[in-house]
Design a protein around this ligand. Structure first.
Ligand code: MG
Ligand code: ZN
Length: 216
């Protein structure tokens, strides 16, 4: 089970000064030499499974903390915790994204010196999480072959604000007759230079290349 659950009461004050709070978070992570990755994507795109697979791959090398953002429940944090990784759940209530101040509050009682790597699972939606800086090193957008062909075309700003794109669940592409190449072309039309990784979090295919690209 997850170690702790933070419930955030979102007042209007939380939406001010996000960039400033993000800079403070970045400074805090820097101070402890902690690498940070924010994972964004719709509900059902496989963000949690991606984090589980990355944790399996990396928990011998790094002390990892996973921060899970969700409207309610600790389902995702519990899944990651089952791999022996420390977790913090942020329940946002009505907020459809994490912001820098929520992250800061969640980290308040955490002994950060214990950790070298933080994975943040953002609230499941592909729209506003990209608009709120958290103060992390890398922002990953996860899309998957189960969401239909237009996820990238419909969310260009999210792609623009990300550092990496993961196309997840490639093990299902053939069965669904999903054209991964076309989806990758859509990404390229938004950002010609953003790295794109074809991954199956289930089989582990493509994970090594992603880990390398993250510098982990
Ligand atoms: Mg999840
Ligand atoms: Zn939102």
């Amino acid at each position: 089970m997850t170690d702790r659950t933070i419930t955030i009461d979102v007042g209007t004050d939380l939406f001010g000064a996000n960039e400033e709070a993000a800079a403070q978070n970045a400074e805090l992570f820097n101070q402890y030499g902690i690498r940070t990755v924010d994972i964004m994507g719709s509900v059902g795109t496989g963000k949690t499974q991606l984090i589980e697979t990355l944790c399996e791959d990396l928990h011998d090398k790094y002390q990892i903390l996973m921060v899970a953002g969700d409207l309610a429940t600790t389902i995702d944090a519990d899944r990651v915790a089952s791999h022996g990784v420390d977790t913090v759940q942020i329940n946002t209530g009505t907020a459809c994204h994490l912001d820098a101040r929520m992250l800061r509050v969640a980290l308040n009682d955490i002994e950060l010196s214990k950790y070298q790597l933080v994975f943040i699972e953002n609230v499941g939606n592909l729209i506003c999480p990209a608009g709120y800086s958290l103060g992390v090193d890398k922002k990953i957008v996860v899309v998957s072959v189960t969401e239909g062909p237009y996820m990238v075309k419909k969310h260009p700003l999210t792609i623009k604000r990300a550092d990496l794109v993961v196309i997840n669940k490639i093990d299902l592409a053939e069965a669904l007759e999903f054209d991964i190449g076309a989806l990758e072309t859509d990404v390229r039309e938004v950002d010609a230079n953003i790295p794109v990784f074809r991954v199956s979090s289930k089989t582990g295919e493509g994970i090594d290349a992603l880990v390398e690209a993250l510098g982990l």
